[in-house]
Design a protein around this ligand. Structure first.
Ligand SMILES: Nc1ncnc2c1ncn2[C@@H]1O[C@H](COP(=O)(O)OP(=O)(O)OP(=O)(O)O)[C@@H](O)[C@H]1O
Ligand SMILES: [Mg+2]
Length: 344
């Protein structure tokens, strides 16, 4: 089956001009990103601040155009769409949920009225709008809050209304940019559960950007973006086959595997942690053997102190000092544990 989303070599450069005569700095937010998402999949996107997650979501949602590359959603090439086609795409094909609860809803309209807005823009008859909005608020557990204004709802409830708004026009794709960023753990879990039910029951494809490592238990896979490129992917190993029966699963029994992603021309981004652990610099020796391909450090091409000044933020394994030989083994072991994410 054709994937719902195909991004190939996606590049986004933001240039901020200071004035007509002075060009400002250029920021390469996406640098050749590849991503494929199947119809009906639910994926998580993680990555450090500034790695390009929101940029990707904005492009997929038709809110921004890439500088180069290819982006197909449901067979439509977003780069070739006219402004009018892109407007229609935003209205019919995608639903958004933002991190800021206030950005999602109109403050002076009730929950029910908020959910009806996208349908009204789409000229759906009044009664049908009302019925569908009511149903959607029931699905998100807000049947008893229909007439509440956003200010009369808790943060978690507001995000649940936002999910109902995102679903209003039965979009193919739901994009959520840190939907739980302002919520506590309990409310976050509730939001993820609702999103998962929507994915399972309504067959919607979901992409959720999150800073929450716990997201892996709710989604089919987690893609890590590093410096504007998809870098690694964490997949649930034990339950990957049981795709449609997510509620029956015991999350504690889950096992995960993290894989390096190859781009369309076969490049992989080797995590800095791995390079540090083996002191790999600007060259590697690649050897093919029974198990696959082994990359080995090359004498005279060790990792320089500058390269080691990594932005990697996992405190449990990040070391500021040059690792000495004894600690190198510990580092490799820690890395192996983290990499396999066994019994997470
Ligand atoms: N409109 C813009 N103009 C100029 N630069 C931008 C613009 N939007 C984003 N950027 C830059 O592009 C890079 C990627 O930004 P993006 O918002 O996609 O990051 P992010 O991964 O969503 O980060 P966060 O986790 O903090 O939300 C950053 O360096 C950011 O400063
Ligand atoms: Mg962001």
């Amino acid at each position: 089956m054709e994937p719902l989303i195909t991004c190939e070599n996606l590049v986004k450069i933001y240039s901020s001009s200071i004035s007509r005569y002075h060009k400002g700095v250029e920021v390469v937010a996406l640098q050749g990103l590849d991503l494929t998402v199947a119809q009906g999949e639910m994926i998580g996107i993680v990555g450090e601040s500034g790695s390009g997650k929101s940029t990707l979501l904005n492009i997929l949602g038709g809110l921004d155009r890439p500088s180069a590359g290819k982006v197909l959603v449901a067979g439509a090439n977003l780069l070739e769409m006219s402004a009018e086609e892109l407007n229609l795409y935003r209205l019919k094909k995608v639903g958004f949920v933002w991190q800021q609860t206030t950005r999602n809803l109109v403050p002076y309209l009730s929950a029910l009225e908020n959910v009806q807005i996208p349908m009204r823009i789409h000229h759906i008859p009044e009664e049908q709008c009302r019925q569908r909005a009511t149903q959607l608020l029931e699905i998100t557990g807000l049947a008893d809050r229909l007439q509440h204004l956003p200010g009369q709802l808790s943060g978690g409830e507001q995000q649940r209304v936002a999910i109902a708004v995102a679903l209003a026009n039965q979009p193919d794709l739901i994009l959520a940019d840190e939907p739980t960023g302002e919520l506590d753990t309990i409310n976050s879990a509730r939001i993820y559960e609702i999103l998962r039910n929507i994915n399972r029951d309504l067959g919607a494809t979901l992409i959720i950007v999150s800073h929450d490592p716990g997201i892996s238990r709710y989604v089919d896979r987690v893609v890590l973006i590093r410096d504007g490129k998809t870098s690694t992917e964490t997949v649930r190993v034990t339950l990957a086959i049981d795709h449609h029966n997510k509620n029956q699963q015991d999350p504690e029994a889950d096992k995960y595997e993290e894989l390096l992603m190859l781009d369309s021309v076969g490049r992989v981004q080797i995590p800095k942690l791995m390079l540090d652990a083996l002191n790999i610099g600007s060259r590697v020796r690649a050897e093919i053997n029974q198990e696959g391909i082994t990359l080995k450090p090359v004498d005279g091409h060790v990792r320089s102190a500058i390269n080691r000044d990594t932005t990697f933020k996992d405190e449990s394994i990040y070391m500021e000092e040059e690792p000495v030989e004894e600690t190198r083994q510990t580092l490799i072991q820690k890395f192996k544990n983290l990499w396999r994410m066994e019994g997470k």
